[in-house]
Design a protein around this ligand. Structure first.
Ligand code: PRP
Ligand code: URA
Length: 209
């Protein structure tokens, strides 16, 4: 079974509070989502393999470690996942970026796929899927389904706020996927919004409501 890692660092908790606050405007919301994503990148990459190289410091020759050429792919789920890309790329500048476009039909609450463009060498890459919200889990389950068909090396999911229902849906559909979340909230409301949540992540990021 994949693991669920809750990143409860004080900096993440602090920033998440202002992300949730309805009085936070789009500019600040975007900045905070970027900052939290950067902090999350630190933990998501904890298992990156290292190799030893030899370098010369001003004092002596020594052995030191660098990340061994692991090929990463960052895959935001459009639209709201886009808000997390820059923060991740700040720490992982060599990663390639793919995009999966899904939106949740407001009536059926089922994900509708409208776009997919991935790095050509996706089969050699470890993918980090980004979406700030894991509500019913429908979008993330569909995105991972979709990516699995392209046979990447591995897939991890990074999300800011998850509902217990979304985690359960992912565990059922994709038991081998590790999930990294900043917080697991209480529940979904009758419109499948996360409670307390942050509202509609895409609209808050892009000011569309
Ligand atoms: C939001 C969010 C997730 C999805 C989560 O996207 O960014 O992708 O809802 O809900 P689920 O777990 O119940 O599928 P939305 O459909 O609002 O599209 P948007 O990002 O384009 O606004
Ligand atoms: N999508 C969002 O953007 N927010 C929610 O609370 C649920 C789904």
């Amino acid at each position: 079974m994949g693991k669920v890692v809750v990143l409860d660092h004080p900096l993440i908790k602090h920033k998440l509070t202002f992300i949730r606050d309805k009085n936070t405007g789009s500019k600040e919301f975007r900045e905070l989502v970027k900052e939290v994503s950067m902090l999350m990148a630190y933990e998501v990459t904890r298992d990156l393999p290292l190799v030893e190289i030899e370098i010369e410091t001003p004092v002596t020759r020594t052995k030191a470690q660098v990340i061994s050429g692991k090929k990463l792919g960052i895959v935001p789920i459009l639209r709201a996942g886009l808000g997390m890309v820059d923060g991740m790329l700040n720490l992982l500048p060599a990663a390639k970026v793919g995009h999966v476009g899904l939106y949740r039909d407001p009536k059926t609450l089922k994900p509708v796929e409208y776009y997919c463009k991935l790095p050509q060498d996706v089969e050699e890459r470890d993918l980090i899927v980004l979406d700030p919200m894991l509500a019913t889990g429908g979008s993330a389950v569909a995105a991972v389904d979709f990516l699995k068909r392209r046979n990447p090396n591995s897939i991890k999911l990074v999300t800011l706020i998850a509902a217990p229902e979304g985690i359960e849906a992912m565990e059922k559909a994709h038991p081998n996927i590790d999930m990294y979340v900043a917080n697991i909230d209480e529940k979904l409301d009758e419109d499948a919004y996360i409670v307390p949540g942050l509202g509609d992540a895409g609209d808050r990021l892009f000011g569309t409501k």
